[in-house]
Design a protein around this ligand. Structure first.
Ligand code: ZN
Length: 236
């Protein structure tokens, strides 16, 4: 089944000779940019050079906000931040095909599989501040009887959340990744998150929660299946 969401074609990034049930064009990073690929392939020296560049930029920010980057508490902040932001965006270095490696099984199970309350923290691409929340992922295996190792649903969510995101796209990317990995009858993803860009600046609405969902296949076409999913997500 194809998804209703068009996407740019992505270059195959899997090393030649490896095989995987994911179609070749879907290997890799989701929606990569040119610089994503160069980061993925960076040598240790190139990586150090990147972090140095980020640290220089952070020093500029500190100066511009009216701070003294040379005062004791801030001296190592640029380097620390450079390392932190590389970690917080490490999803750009993870190939989905590696994440899912050896975790797709044939299993005689045709009922819904649901993992909920997966903690997520990501960075909003508009303000580069965090949004955090919980995500639930469900699927119903297809005729191929393929299932995913349960921990892999959380790993898929982790991979995509460690990139710059908007919540709507994060939700979609996770659903499409599951769809492409095992071609189930349907996939459902729902995410609830609090955006610091909303709660600590601008409109300042503390406690506001943004909910996004993505329904594919039978979750999209069958109201009963969708309702069962939503009941299970709420059942806590
Ligand atoms: Zn934002």
């Amino acid at each position: 089944m194809s998804t209703p969401f068009p996407r740019p074609s992505t270059p195959p990034l899997l090393a030649s000779g490896q095989s995987s049930p994911i179609p070749p064009n879907e290997h890799g990073l989701g929606w990569p940019a040119k610089s994503t690929v160069s980061r993925l392939n960076a040598t240790a020296e190139e990586r150090a050079e990147r972090e140095k560049k980020i640290a220089g930029a952070v020093r500029t920010i500190l100066e511009c906000i009216g701070e003294d980057p040379d005062r004791e508490g801030l001296q190592r902040t640029p380097e620390r931040y450079a390392q932190a932001v590389m970690w917080m965006t490490k999803g750009y270095e993870e190939r989905l095909s590696d994440v899912l490696n050896n975790a797709i099984f044939a299993e005689d199970h045709d009922e819904m599989v649901l993992v909920r309350d997966i903690d997520i923290s990501s960075l909003c691409e508009h303000h580069l501040v965090p949004f955090t929340g919980k995500i639930a992922i469900a699927y119903i295996p297809g005729q191929n009887q393929l299932v995913l190792g349960l921990s892999k649903l959380a790993r898929i969510a982790e991979t995509f959340s460690r990139r710059l995101q908007v919540q709507e796209r994060l939700t979609k990317q996770i659903a499409i990744a599951v769809q492409e990995a095992i071609n189930p009858r349907g996939v459902a993803v729902v995410m609830e998150a609090t955006h610091l860009c909303m709660t600590m600046r601008g409109v300042q609405k503390p406690g506001s929660i943004t909910v996004t969902s993505c329904m594919l296949g039978c979750f999209r076409t069958q109201q009963k299946t969708r309702e069962e999913f939503l009941t299970l997500v709420k059942g806590r």
